[in-house]
Ligand binder design. Structure first.
Ligand code: 5GP
Length: 114
């Protein structure tokens, strides 16, 4: 058995996070190192999908729910406009191999690309 991901440890409550929303399948919380005025992470509660390619193949409905959740949270926490980023692979900047979407909004710069 591999160790639970850092996000699974947040989902279980072992590690605190600033959670803004959750349901049975997804959780959303503020990134610990924000790169925009609003920087949320949307994370499936299962860690069986390492990246968005695996998620799209294995559970496209869950991916669609993540996109819908991003739009809702961007309306609630910003002006409704947002950048949605999925880093896939270490050389693309992925550091946590438990699929997650970055929702960035407000005064975006190129450095906001997660
Ligand atoms: P990645 O680099 O894999 O696309 O994104 C991982 C993100 O998780 C990074 O933006 C990083 O700041 C965030 N992160 C890593 N550890 C924690 C943590 O313990 N709590 C929170 N809230 N965010 C974290």
């Amino acid at each position: 058995m591999s160790e639970p991901s850092i996000f699974s440890r947040i989902i279980s409550g072992e590690i605190p996070a600033s959670v803004v929303w959750q349901n049975e399948r997804l959780i959303a919380f503020h990134d610990i190192a924000p790169r925009a005025a609003l920087h949320l992470l949307i994370v499936p509660k299962t860690e069986i999908y390492a990246n968005v390619t695996d998620l799209a193949a294995g559970d496209p409905q869950l991916l669609a729910e993540m996109v819908a959740t991003a739009a809702t949270l961007a309306r609630e926490h910003a002006n409704g406009e947002y950048r949605l980023v999925f880093n896939s692979g270490a050389s693309a900047g992925q550091t946590v191999f438990h699929v997650h979407a970055h929702v960035l909004a407000g005064a975006l710069t190129e450095e906001s690309l997660a």
